[in-house]
Design a protein around this ligand. Structure first.
Ligand code: APR
Length: 228
C-alpha cells in the first residue's frame, strides 16, 4: 500500500510552533501581505527578514512531538511506499527521523539567492544581508514559498498522489491551494482519504474518513493501527 501524508502547521502545534490561522496564529499578529509575498520583500526586506529570522531562531527551542515521531516510525516500517509532503518550513519531520519528506513551501533551514537562484543550507540570520556563498551577491532571501509563488516539488507530489492507495492529511486547515486540492486529486486517482485534524478542515467533506483531535494522539494511534 502506497501512502502519501500531507502535513500542515497543526502537526507542529504541540511542539510549540504557532499555526497560521488558529487563535494566536501567526496571521493574527501579521498581515500576510506584509511578510509573505514577493511584493512585501521588495518593499520592506528588513521586516520580512526579521519575521523569518525570529522563526528560524525559535526552531532551536522546539522538539518533534509524538506525531512527527510516529510518522518517522511508519517510514522505518513502510520504506519507499511512504512519502511525507509538508507545507511546514520547520525541520521537525527530519529531526524526528523522517527522510522521505518534500517541503513544498520551502524551509527555514535554506536560503534562496535572488541573483543566481542557488538554494543553500542556512542556519543563522539573513537580516544582515550576508553574501550568497555561490555568487557573493547580497541577494539571499528566505527559501520560503510566498503567496503568488509556485510551490516546490509539484511534479513529484502529483506523481505520488497518482500512485497512492491512501492519502492522509494531518493538521492543515485546507485553506491554501494547491495543497488543499490534493485530497480531491488523490481520490480521483483512486486513493482512500483520511483527515486527522483538530477540527473539520475547510475540505473535510472531501475525505472518506475524518478523525478530529490532537495530532499528537491521532497520528500515533493511526500508525499503531497500520502496523498492527
Ligand atoms: N493537532 C491537529 N491539528 C491541529 C492542532 C493539533 N494539536 N492544532 C491546530 N490544528 C489544526 C487547526 O485546527 C487548523 O485546521 O491545524 C490547522 C492549521 O491550519 P493553518 O494555520 O491554516 O496552517 P496550514 O494549513 O499549514 O497553512 C497552510 O498557509 O500561510 C500559509 O504557507 C503557510 O504552509 C502554510 C499554509
Amino acid at each position: 500500500m502506497r501512502i502519501v501524508v500531507l502535513t500542515g502547521a497543526g502537526i507542529s502545534a504541540e511542539s510549540g510552533v504557532p499555526t497560521f490561522r488558529d487563535a494566536d496564529g501567526l496571521w493574527e499578529g501579521h498581515r500576510v501581505e506584509d511578510v509573505a509575498t514577493p511584493a512585501a520583500y521588495d518593499a520592506q526586506p528588513a521586516v520580512v527578514h526579521q519575521f523569518y529570522d525570529a522563526r528560524r531562531a525559535a526552531l532551536a527551542g522546539v522538539e518533534p512531538n509524538p506525531a512527527h515521531l510516529a510518522l518517522a516510525r511508519l517510514e522505518r516500517a513502510w520504506g519507499d511506499d511512504l512519502l511525507v509532503v509538508t507545507q511546514n518550513i520547520d525541520d521537525l519531520h527530519e529531526r524526528a527521523g523522517s527522510t522521505r519528506v518534500l517541503h513544498m513551501h520551502g524551509s527555514l533551514r535554506s536560503a534562496l539567492c535572488r541573483a543566481c537562484g542557488s538554494r543553500v543550507e542556512w542556519e543563522g540570520d539573513l537580516g544582515h544581508f550576508p553574501p550568497c556563498p555561490a555568487c557573493h551577491r547580497l541577494e539571499l532571501r528566505p527559501d520560503v514559498v510566498w503567496f503568488g509563488e509556485i510551490p516546490y516539488e509539484l511534479d513529484r507530489i502529483f506523481g505520488a498522489l497518482e500512485r497512492a492507495d491512501l492519502f492522509v492529511s494531518v493538521g492543515t486547515s485546507g485553506a491554501v491551494y494547491p495543497a488543499a486540492g490534493f485530497v480531491q486529486a488523490a481520490a480521483a486517482y483512486g486513493a482512500r482519504t483520511l483527515e486527522l485534524n483538530l477540527e473539520p478542515s475547510e475540505g473535510s467533506h472531501f475525505f472518506d474518513e475524518a478523525r478530529h483531535g490532537r495530532a499528537g494522539e491521532l497520528v500515533p494511534a493511526w500508525v499503531d493501527e497500520l502496523l498492527g
